[in-house]
Design a protein around this ligand. Sequence first.
Ligand SMILES: C[S@@+](CC[C@H](N)C(=O)[O-])C[C@H]1O[C@@H](n2cnc3c(N)ncnc32)[C@H](O)[C@@H]1O
Length: 335
Amino acid sequence: MDSKVAKHGITNSEILPQHTDVVRPDNEEGVDHPTSKRDPTIVDEKAADAVQQLSGLSDDTGLQDSESDGLETEQDRLDLQHHLFLLTLRGKLHLAPIENMQLHNVMDIATGTGIWATDFASAFPSANVLGTDLSPIQPEYVPPNCHFEIDDAEDEWSFSYKFDYIHGRMLASCFKSHVAVFQSAFNALRPNGWLEIQDIAIPSRCIDDSMFGTAFERWIDLIKEGCAALGRDFGRVPQYKQYLQEIGFVDVVEKQLSWPIGTWAKTQRMKMLGAWCKENVLSGLQGWTMAVLTRGLGMMPAEVELLLMEVRNDINSNALHAYAPIPLQRGGVYG
Ligand SMILES: C[S@@+](CC[C@H](N)C(=O)[O-])C[C@H]1O[C@@H](n2cnc3c(N)ncnc32)[C@H](O)[C@@H]1O
């Protein structure tokens, strides 16, 4: 893999600097050279409106005006989250060094609404892009080089061809064994191919003691407890890098980014990411919480609603200086 990197005349650190510490929201970090054809400042109007209403921010965040009523479904939230990733990566859809590769076959594991796969297919028209998911929630009208299949990533992979690049995003809660899925990806990649994983590390962190004693802190503890009671492990994301190395991926690099939850950070860019992240969290809160706390801990739905009301107040107060670590990993297959 080193020879491939040298062939392009780029060193690893130039492609993707290695960090072990989380980059806090007050320490801005990012990458340039957009490859998405979607302008990250032109965003879904419904999502933008919801963010703007909630954040009280004006147009200098890059969000647009609209008269819609905010996010309605989990699918809207997933699409908003996609925009948040595009804004975070300054328009890029990937960090693996694939720009100069001949991309024949690309896969998006657990593609959700398929928005990443669709964008990627538009940006790389010569690549054949496959998005797989358990749920048939992908759109019908997509670029001709993009298609979707209903597939459980935890089943044995039986594709008749190899992939040049496999992408997976926000999969922390999806699998019984992430190692097994990453191993399947390794086996399905051709030599010199890349796997890239983008995820959110749970629990959220805080730059100071403003989380101490809040409902938000209580919510985090209860979610951890509820997940443990249900035998679900959301906490594997920090181990992804090690998993990739143990499986045999080479040139494994991890980049740590972060999203402030709310508009409390200093710079305008971090405020903008924080506004988007806040809307993402507020929209996802109910879905992430209700089943875990009622089924896992036996809490009453009304009790959970009360907790969530207080958590929303904490998030909306902007006094809570919490952020979500966003580690991005990529690993190659020796060729
Ligand atoms: C949080 S969403 C992320 C969607 C997408 N990757 C994105 O970033 O927008 C997780 C998705 O994983 C899918 N999923 C969960 N378990 C899966 C499995 N075992 N195989 C395939 N898809 C799975 C869910 O149906 C859901 O669409």
